[in-house]
Design a protein around this ligand. Structure first.
Ligand SMILES: Cc1cc2nc3c(=O)[nH]c(=O)nc-3n(C[C@H](O)[C@H](O)[C@H](O)COP(=O)(O)O)c2cc1C
Length: 179
């Protein structure tokens, strides 16, 4: 893959060890601007983003987030704004909402990677505790953290051994059985 966007997609990896070096405000703004262009079901755009850089707030969040292994200098929390759902009579179980979180998450991580930053998603945390720590409005549902920072010099591997699958192992053509 030599095309830069495809290369960016291929080389992004979740980083779980980061340095203390802060992330520049303009880099975070660039990432948020990229997230704004992520596709959204019905173009309803129910995602809202909370940027957290305060050390004490990050410490509290880590305490209630068993799946957050990074001590990231910046966190972007993707929230679903329930007011948007109410406006369009959508139930909070509408699957487009989860897909919107996914499109935003991948866009954020690819934008971070394009800027030379490390990133990692986290869904393992107490939603109730996060709501209290951040004093979220009742209508905001905290759906996924994206940790952003600079990769620490480490040889640690990812969460699970990388399986050498090819797209061929994951794909069927046309209809079953494969053509
Ligand atoms: C929906 C979802 C939830 C995830 N939750 C966590 C998490 O709580 N903590 C974590 O360290 N990584 C989490 N990850 C990252 C995955 O473990 C990671 O993407 C996977 O191991 C593949 O690694 P790679 O993205 O570097 O290829 C999550 C990824 C997704 C898509």
């Amino acid at each position: 893959m030599s095309e830069p966007i495809l290369e960016n997609i291929r080389t992004r990896r979740v980083v779980r060890e980061m340095t203390d070096e802060p992330v520049a405000r303009e880099q975070i703004e660039t990432i948020l601007e990229a997230a704004r262009w992520a596709p959204s079901g019905g173009n309803l755009r129910p995602n809202r983003y909370i940027v957290i850089q305060n050390p004490e707030t990050r410490r509290l969040i880590r305490l209630v987030s068993p799946g957050m292994f990074q001590k990231a200098p910046a966190l972007i929390l993707i929230c679903t704004n329930g007011d948007v759902l109410a406006e369009h009579s959508l139930p909070p179980t509408d699957r487009a909402l989860l897909i919107d979180i996914g499109t935003a998450a991948q866009t954020i991580m690819l934008a971070a990677h394009a800027l030379g930053l490390a990133s990692g998603p986290v869904t393992s945390y107490s939603k109730e505790a996060v709501k209290v720590i951040l004093n979220l409005p009742e209508s905001y549902s905290p759906e996924m953290f994206i940790c952003i920072g600079h990769k620490a010099n480490t040889t640690k591997r990812g969460m699970t051994a990388w399986k050498k699958t090819s797209w061929r192992d994951l794909t069927h053509w046309e209809r079953f059985p494969d053509a």
